[in-house]
Design a protein around this ligand. Structure first.
Ligand code: APR
Length: 247
């Protein structure tokens, strides 16, 4: 594995434009379960019911039950060595941006500056009826869902539910970065949710190297991955950055 990491390190060291696409797997070692592995969130909550905007419209209180559980899990989570390794790579001038599917803010808290939140973030609350927006601090969110101060409807965190559009700027910027990338680090994602999953394919079609970090092979591994680095990203990413520093 060390030889594979060294080969990947050389490619990134020589790359004029490297980006990362991260998924829930990068935050598992921070104590936040992913979605599709054993014990993942979607093994306990049906995403069609709990993560689709139509489900939220039908029964927001039911969805807030899952949101409260997610808030409890992310409240005490800290960035892990994988998040820190990516922040170091950006600091070294070798990582242009992190495109993350996660909403836990751990990349930013690890020090990454250019983070594109592809699925929004939990830092804002929005009213899907009258369009009002609020900061969570404006409410005492303990066990009651927050209600819009204008129209009284139950608010939703500004994360992207299935059936909702990806924020326009995030989509445009990510597609441009993918087209120009020479290397894409695909980290801790099952790469099954579109359009985030199109990022490595766009880059590959434009001649980029795909370096995948995951516990196990994914649907893209046999199709577009050039180098597969197996293991816990909390261990493999710091090793990868150390290998770059040693070049
Ligand atoms: N180290 C490396 N990889 C890991 C680790 C770890 N410690 N833990 C889990 N993984 C890998 C799993 O093997 C899996 O391939 O991370 C991936 C997580 O996949 P998912 O649970 O499907 O999460 P993600 O790819 O981020 O899901 C994408 O789906 O439901 C939506 O909005 C949700 O953003 C999410 C999107």
């Amino acid at each position: 594995m060390d030889d594979v990491i060294r080969t990947a390190a050389k490619i990134v060291k020589d790359s004029i434009s490297t980006i990362a696409l991260t998924g829930a797997g990068i935050s598992v070692e921070s104590g936040i379960p992913d979605f599709r592995s054993a014990g993942g969130l979607w093994t306990r909550y049906n995403p069609e019911e709990y993560a689709h905007i139509d489900g939220f419209r039908r029964n927001p209180r039911k969805i807030w039950k899952m949101i409260f559980e997610l808030m409890d899990m992310t409240r005490n989570a800290m960035p892990n060595p994988a998040h820190i390794a990516l922040a170091q790579l950006e600091e070294m001038g070798l990582l242009k941006a992190v495109i993350t599917q996660n909403i836990d803010n751990l990349h930013q808290r690890a020090g990454s500056k250019n983070v594109i939140e592809f699925h929004g973030n939990s830092e804002r609350l929005q009213c899907i009826y009258c369009g009002a927006e609020y900061a969570p601090e404006e409410f005492d969110i303990i066990d009651e869902p927050p209600q819009c101060k204008k129209c009284g409807e139950i608010l939703k965190p500004s994360v992207v539910f299935f059936g909702e559009m990806i924020p326009h700027n995030a989509l445009m910027e990510s597609q441009n970065l993918a087209s120009d990338a020479r290397v894409v680090l695909v980290i801790g994602t099952s790469a099954v949710v579109y359009p985030a999953s199109s990022i490595p394919h766009i880059a590959k079609a434009n001649g980029a190297y795909i370096i995948e970090f995951n516990l196990e092979k994914t649907v893209i591994t046999p199709i577009i991955t050039d180098i597969f680095i197996q293991g816990k990203v909390g261990e493999t990413l710091p090793k990868f950055v150390e290998a770059i520093k040693a070049l």
